[in-house]
Design a protein around this ligand. Structure first.
Ligand code: OSB
Ligand code: MG
Length: 384
C-alpha cells in the first residue's frame, strides 16, 4: 500500500511516554462466570514525538487477575521497568518492529499491546492516514453485537436483550455458567426466536459437562465461546465433535502460534481476537490473516474498553475477515461520559469508521484528567 511504503523511510522519534492510571465507573455492573466488574481501572498510554504529536494506547488488563494473569499493576510494572526502556533503546522506523523487540519479555501481552497501540496511532497520524488504513483495513462501517453479563433474573436478562435488539445490535452474546445456561438460553430463544445469539462461558466448564453443553445445540447458537479451561487447546478438540454448535476460542488464543495450533488440532471453528490478549495490533493482524487463509472467520472481542481501546478495536475490525459482529458496543453502553470525542455511536448495529488520521477520535483531555488518579512521565535519555 502506498501509505505503508511511504512510512518505510521515516523514523518515529518518540521523546516521552506518559502512563496515566484512570478509574471510571461502569453504568451497570458486568457479571461473568468469574466475577463482577463495576469500577474499571486501566492504564492509558500516551507517546509524544519530537513535534509534539501524540499517539494513544489503552491497556485492557483489569485490576483483578480473573480473565488472565495480567493486572493494572503488573502492566504498569512491565511498562515502566521493561517495555518503555525497550521502546527507547534504539531508533524505530515502523511499529511492526515492536513485537520482535518486545519478544525479549515473555508474555505480558496486554502491557505490550497498550504501548504498541499508542505507537501505531502516532505512526498513522504522522502518515496522515486513519489507523484502519495503515493496518490494511477496507471496511467503511463495521457490524457490531453486544455482550450481556449475567443478570439477577431471567426476566431482567430478557428486558436487557429487548433493549439492545431494539437498538439494532447485530447479535446478542449472553454470558453463561453452570446453573445459568440451558434453561436461560431456552427462555431467551423462546422470547427471541430469530435473533443471532451466542453464549460465552469464560471457561466455566470441563469435559465432564459435555452433555450439558450438547443441550445447547437445539437453540441454534452462532457459537459457544471458551467453554473449557482458559489455557486449553486439547480438551476443546475432544469437545467440538460432540457439539453441533461451533466452538469459538477467546482466552486460549494468546498468539499467532496458539491460533495455528488450535486450527491444526481442530480446537475451534471461530476465533475471538482481542488486541490486548494477543500482544498488539500486528499479532492480531497476523492471526486475522492466518484465519482468512484457512477460511475461519474471526471477530473482535471486548474488554469493557474506554474510548481509546474501543477506537483500536474499530480499526482492526475493518480487516476483511472480521466477518462476524464483534463486542464493540457504543460508548454509552458502558460510560456516562467516554474519554474521546465524538463518542463511539452505534446506529442500526453499525459503527461508521472514522477517517481522521490515527485512531480517528480526539482524546478529550479534560475527561482524561478527570478520571486520572496518578501519572508518570518517562523521557527518552538524551543521546550523546
Ligand atoms: O470474555 O469476552 C469476554 C468482558 C470482560 C472480560 C471478558 C469478556 C468480556 C465481555 C465484554 O464479554 C465485552 C465488552 O463489551 O467489552
Ligand atoms: Mg469471551
Amino acid at each position: 500500500m502506498a501509505a505503508a511504503e511511504r512510512g518505510r523511510g521515516m523514523t518515529i522519534n518518540i521523546e516521552y511516554v506518559i502512563l496515566r492510571h484512570l478509574q471510571m465507573e461502569l453504568k451497570a455492573p458486568f457479571t461473568t462466570s468469574f466475577g463482577t466488574f463495576q469500577t474499571k481501572e486501566f492504564i492509558l498510554v500516551e507517546v509524544v514525538d519530537c513535534d509534539g504529536v501524540s499517539g494513544w494506547g489503552e491497556s485492557v488488563a483489569f485490576s483483578v487477575p480473573w480473565y488472565s494473569e495480567e493486572t493494572v499493576k503488573t502492566n504498569w510494572h512491565m511498562l515502566e521497568e521493561f517495555l518503555v526502556p525497550l521502546l527507547f533503546s534504539k531508533p524505530l522506523r515502523h511499529p511492526a518492529e515492536l513485537p520482535e523487540r518486545f519478544a525479549a519479555i515473555r508474555q505480558n501481552n496486554m502491557a505490550k499491546a497498550a504501548l504498541e497501540g499508542a505507537v501505531w496511532d502516532l505512526y498513522a497520524k504522522r502518515l496522515g492516514v486513519p489507523l484502519c488504513q495503515a493496518l490494511g483495513g477496507t471496511k467503511k462501517e463495521i457490524e457490531v453485537g453486544v455482550s450481556i453479563g449475567i443478570q439477577p433474573t431471567v426476566d431482567d436478562l430478557l428486558q436487557v436483550i429487548e433493549r439492545y435488539v431494539a437498538q439494532g445490535y447485530r447479535r446478542i452474546k449472553v454470558k453463561i455458567k453452570p446453573g445459568w445456561d440451558v434453561d436461560v438460553i431456552r427462555d431467551v430463544r423462546r422470547a427471541f426466536p430469530d435473533v443471532p445469539l451466542m453464549a460465552d462461558a469464560n471457561s466455566a466448564y470441563t469435559l465432564a459437562d459435555a452433555k450439558r453443553l450438547q443441550a445447547l445445540d437445539e437453540f441454534g447458537l452462532m457459537m459457544i465461546e471458551q467453554p473449557l479451561a482458559a489455557d486449553d487447546l486439547v480438551d476443546h478438540v475432544r469437545l467440538q465433535p460432540l457439539l453441533k454448535t461451533p466452538i469459538c476460542l477467546d482466552e486460549s488464543i494468546r498468539s499467532y502460534d496458539d491460533a495455528r495450533k488450535a486450527l491444526d488440532l481442530g480446537s475451534c471453528r471461530i476465533i475471538n481476537i482481542k488486541i490486548g490478549r494477543v500482544g498488539g495490533l500486528w499479532e492480531a493482524k497476523r492471526i486475522h490473516d492466518l484465519c482468512a487463509e484457512r477460511g475461519v472467520p474471526v471477530w473482535c472481542g471486548g474488554m469493557l474498553e474506554a474510548g481509546v481501546g474501543r477506537a483500536h478495536n474499530i480499526a482492526i475490525t475493518t480487516l476483511e475477515n472480521f466477518a462476524l459482529p464483534g463486542d464493540t458496543a457504543a460508548s454509552s453502553h458502558y460510560w456516562e461520559r467516554d474519554i474521546i470525542t465524538p463518542e463511539v455511536e452505534v446506529h442500526n448495529g453499525l459503527i461508521r469508521v472514522p477517517n481522521a488520521p490515527g485512531i480517528g477520535y480526539d482524546v478529550d483531555r479534560r475527561q482524561v484528567e478527570r478520571y486520572t488518579q496518578f501519572a508518570k512521565l518517562f523521557h527518552r535519555a538524551p543521546t550523546a
